[in-house]
Ligand binder design. Structure first.
Ligand code: KG4
Ligand code: ZN
Length: 334
């Protein structure tokens, strides 16, 4: 069965056609990076307006590339939670219109569940239970994933998401937007031990995170050292910041994997594309005797394929939504 999956939860207008929850016929992603770049972060109202402009073209492109007529789809799936409310509403309205016009079943999907599912699309036989770290611009969440699509939330961020910290730090250092890939590149040429930035909540006896302290520490450090003319090479600042973030993410995930007797670890979300995070997590997991799985970059960041994938399984379980389906800025996967 082919499902059209739509995601407009943040700053990507995305649509994909996926067969039986796995085979990706098309996966079109239109990024709004250029629009938000000068503000150093996503401006919600601008994001919504851009989604309105793009959605029909992106859906058309996804259908054309998949070479499938709307009449031959089995369902329409759309991210309806959590995310930027105005942005979500555009995708939900588009999905409802298509489902109504072509008399297709409609399914509203949780964006985080989509990110968790991304690894299932590319890895055969992921072991259960496993621990999934979802790290993006909007979320930092540690979840135990059990057989039968059941989840237990182990912890999450108490303030900023990891990706948000990357984006803000890049802004303080004048490096551009989105900060993650830029800092990743600078960090690879710098010394991670140059500056000892804090590792908040590393010693706490829970699986929660806090990134706003690291972000502020980099900001004060940059301001002070610039004023005194002692700013070290930007590569060293980037590497030291990245080391602090990665240390916390890796250590907490490994502890969670140990405590839950996880058979594997999955990484997902935009920050899961980070080279240091992938490397450090893989090394630590090898020591623990488990494997780390991550999706390719185009399935790490926001996309419609992961939404169509989750929808396929929910459809099999008999889940459907009516035209009263609404968007919600918040929403737990449980
Ligand atoms: O999953 P995503 O596309 O959107 C949200 O749901 O938020 O994630 C975007 C986030 C941005 O904060 C971006 O800076 C970060 O992912 N990101 C990275 C890397 N590539 C993207 N962070 C660290 N290293 C990267 N290589
Ligand atoms: Zn996302």
């Amino acid at each position: 069965m082919n499902i059209l999956g739509i995601d407009t939860s943040c700053d990507e207008t995305a649509a994909a056609v996926v067969m039986d929850g796995k085979k990706i016929h098309s996966n079109i992603i239109s990024s709004q990076i250029n629009l938000h770049q000068k503000y150093g972060g996503v401006v919600p109202e601008l994001a919504s307006r851009k989604h309105v402009e793009s959605i029909n073209y992106i859906v058309d492109q996804a259908m054309t590339e998949a070479d499938i007529a709307f009449e031959n789809l089995g369902a329409i799936a759309v991210t309806n939670r959590p995310g930027l409310i105005g942005a979500l509403l555009v995708g939900v309205a588009a999905a409802k219109s298509l489902a109504y016009a072509y008399e297709l079943p409609l399914l509203g999907i949780n964006h985080i569940e989509g990110h968790i599912y991304a690894n299932f699309m590319v890895h055969e036989c992921l072991p259960f239970p496993h621990v999934c770290l979802t790290v993006s611009g909007g979320h930092t969440l540690l979840v135990e994933v059990r057989a039968g699509w059941s989840y237990k939330i182990l912890g999450g961020t108490l303030d900023d998401a990891a990706g948000e910290a990357y984006d803000k730090v890049a802004q303080y250092l004048g490096l551009g937007f989105p900060g993650g890939p830029i800092i990743d590149e600078f960090a690879n040429k710098g010394n991670p031990a140059a500056i000892a930035f804090p590792r908040p909540m590393l010693d706490s006896d829970n699986y929660h995170f806090s990134f706003s302290g690291i972000k502020t520490a980099v900001r004060y450090f940059a301001e002070k050292s610039k004023a005194s003319g002692t700013l070290p090479p930007i590569q060293d600042v980037a590497a030291s910041f990245q080391a602090a973030v990665v240390d916390v993410l890796v250590q907490k995930t490994i502890c969670a994997a140990k405590e839950t007797n996880a058979k594997g670890i999955t990484l997902t979300g935009g920050v899961a594309a980070n080279s240091q995070l992938r490397q450090s997590m893989s090394e630590a997991a090898t020591e623990l005797g488990v494997k780390v799985y991550f999706p390719p970059s185009n399935l790490c960041t926001d996309n419609g394929a992961m939404i169509a994938g989750v929808a396929y399984h929910q459809y099999q379980e008999g889940l459907r939504d009516g035209f009263e389906l609404n968007a919600s800025a918040s929403g737990s996967i449980l």
